[in-house]
Design a protein around this ligand. Structure first.
Ligand SMILES: [Zn+2]
Length: 298
């Protein structure tokens, strides 16, 4: 059995504001270092290239797990890569410029939203959005915090018009009585030089769009240029090696699938759970979201 694992962050599980777990932890996008070690122990680690090569030849892919990391976070450099190197295994990092220091003028709205909730100095808020909707939330229970990061508000922050996102985050910071630090981008995201160094020691870089917006919500021409610009950026960081692509938030349709193939990616990764077989469609590869409760971690 071959599975492709989708990971994001590896962070110690420290309580945040009002004793609640961090937003990443509640959302399932962060493993602790010990959980990550257990995942590494659970199955042999394979490279995405070997799996793709086998599928292209119609052969069964090598059994084990492929490790992929999405977006771009500092601890990849300082914790994840040393843990991989200690075991002489390699991973694929699917990076988006919206999560890279030199390219991101501001933190991604979701990272900023999470930072505000994790550092809040008031446990409750009530806000009126620009369209008149009254919204409220509470950080007094895990369920209350989880509702904030999985509900409609989170969707508006992740995918709403940029002006509305920034305005809401400004109001929320005020309501929660916190001021995000000026160097948040630097504390969250890696630099291009660090990513280039990952590629130079044998890890692979892959593309993940340039803005992390959903490709199926864009005009066809805009989606095509987002896909090709992200692949060219990755090619510059990794000495023009052919690169895989991961659909931002797993959002794709048959048109985007064809666009990614036409742009020269080696394969495309979805968020559809399942294992990779010899018949797997290369531009719709299944990928398992590895949360702290995934069997490979438990
Ligand atoms: Zn992503």
């Amino acid at each position: 059995m071959t599975r492709v694992c989708m990971l994001h962050r590896v962070l110690p599980n420290q309580p945040t504001a009002f004793g609640r777990p961090s937003c990443y932890r509640l959302r399932g996008t962060s493993l602790t270092p010990a959980e990550f070690e257990r995942l590494l122990d659970s199955e042999p680690v394979r490279s995405l290239e070997d799996v793709v090569e086998a599928v292209m030849e119609g052969a069964p892919p090598p059994p084990g797990q492929v490790l992929t990391f999405d977006d771009g976070y500092c601890e990849w450099i300082h914790h994840v890569v040393p843990a991989l190197e200690a075991r002489r295994v390699f991973a694929t990092f699917l990076v988006c410029p919206a999560f890279v220091q030199e390219r991101a003028a501001q933190p991604h709205p979701v990272d900023l939203f999470y930072w505000l909730l994790d550092h809040a100095r008031r446990p409750r808020f009530e806000l009126r959005l620009s369209d008149g909707t009254l919204t409220h939330g509470s950080l007094e229970t895990d369920a209350g915090k989880l509702a904030l990061i999985t509900g409609d508000l989170k969707r508006r922050i992740a995918h709403g018009p940029p002006g509305e996102q920034r305005e809401f985050l400004r109001l929320l910071a005020h309501a929660l009585d916190v001021e995000p630090p000026a160097d948040l981008v630097r504390t969250l995201y890696p630099t291009e030089a660090e990513l280039r160094a990952l590629a130079s020691v044998g890890h692979r870089l892959g593309a993940h769009g340039t803005s992390h917006r959903h490709l199926t919500k864009m005009e066809a021409r805009e989606a095509a240029s987002e896909i090709s610009a992200s692949l060219s950026w990755i090619a510059r960081l990794s000495d023009a090696r052919p690169a895989p692509f991961a659909y931002p938030d797993g959002d794709f349709d048959s048109a985007t699938e064809q666009q990614v193939q036409a742009a020269g990616a080696t394969c495309a990764l979805t968020c559809i759970p399942g294992t990779v077989t010899r018949e797997a469609p290369l531009f719709r590869l299944p990928r398992e979201f590895i949360t702290p409760s995934h069997p490979g971690v438990l």
